[in-house]
Write a protein of this length. Sequence first.
Length: 477
Amino acid sequence: MDLFNKQNPKADARPPLAARMRPQTLAEIAGQDHMLGPGKLLRRAIESDRIASLILYGPPGCGKTSLAEVIALVTHRHFEKTSGVLANVAVLRELLQAAFERRRREGVQTILFLDEIHHFNKSQQDILLPYVEDGSIILIGATTHNPFFFVNSPLTSRSQIFELEPLAEDVITALLRRALTDERGLGGMPVDADDDALAHLARVCEGDARRALNSLEIAALTTPPDARGRIHITRAVTEDSIQKKAVVYDRDDDGHYDTISAFIKSVRGSDPHAAVYWLAKMIYAGEDPRFIARRLIILASEDIGNADPRGLLMAVAGLNAVEFVGMPEARIILSHITTYLACAPKSNAAYMAVEKALGDIKEGRVLPVPKALRGASYKGAKRLGHTGYKYAHEYKDHFVDQAYIPTSAVYYEPTSQGYEDTLKQRLAQWDQMRRKAEDRRQTTEGGGQTGEEKTKENVQRPMEKENGKPKVSDGNS
């Protein structure tokens, strides 16, 4: 007789701890206050038994199945449950036809919970549509994939879509404590768990309550009792149970801030090797990948800017890809963006430009808008003096010397790094054109070239004529 023999009295035939601890009431559902809090739409619909078709979307272990089963317990409708992994078209058709007959004969509506709905292809999902439309079933679909990409639009348009969030660490810790005392859980066992042991499970499970609870059960069942007959679960035990070592990375402590600081400084310092190491540490410790992606977006503008304008495009695309793909594959995307930005030319000129301008404004140097730049598209603007704007596209090289701000302050000073060197040369060229224009003005004032001759020289294309006279756009049309 071995451990796996059904005759072995030591074998526990009960369902896993996560299944035993499934909520029985709305009050027992942990987290998701954004949609189940007092007064929220979904909570009101469940409590009043006015459920419409739903699609529940969120990561593993966040409570999609638990919520569906609570609805099954409180509703007065017939409840059926199946899965996109286990059910084929024949099984699905049988359930749907039974629901149709049940409503026709008994007037009882069926709630069909279809877990992993994204595993059905388009034609399989289409089978559901007539039964949803005629009211034979109320569909509750659950998926870890974005329903707008993986569920047919006719179904999404007829369903309310609710996105469940990964459970917060404090919520999972509370679930673990409840499981230690609840008779459905480990309440009948002499188990003591250290606070840091529970905190570690909550931290590294990445918002997945199922993973945390089942790891706690493994720890309890495999740890021998001490001399007092008590099972003592330490942090070291939970590390083995969840098969993940702890790293010094408490999200509210120095480990978190020090690591993200080292990560950003490594990218800024153009060291892709160090940057990837700190990235790996954050991923291993369970950091939110979206937080990392958002920090890379900031860095792409603050530390790279116009030296490589593609950096910001890459970083924003990275965030979108991380949200679409999810972990664990999102780690590859984060590494892709991290190494690209670390190897990109660096410049903080754009960042310094806005900081310098903000500093002037904060110190009271607030300048009026020149009249030529003010709005002139309404009746009476000319009477206010809102005239004189020169439309740059009507001049040679799409450039015209014009005062856009009444100050000579310089804010943006591009470096010679990457593409910013091109911008630097372009600004220098425009400055030279301004100086030449200023020289011509001085010559004109001294009796040289006239303003009309100067204008004709700079005009790139023929001006429109009105009543035989040149008409130059004021740029506000």
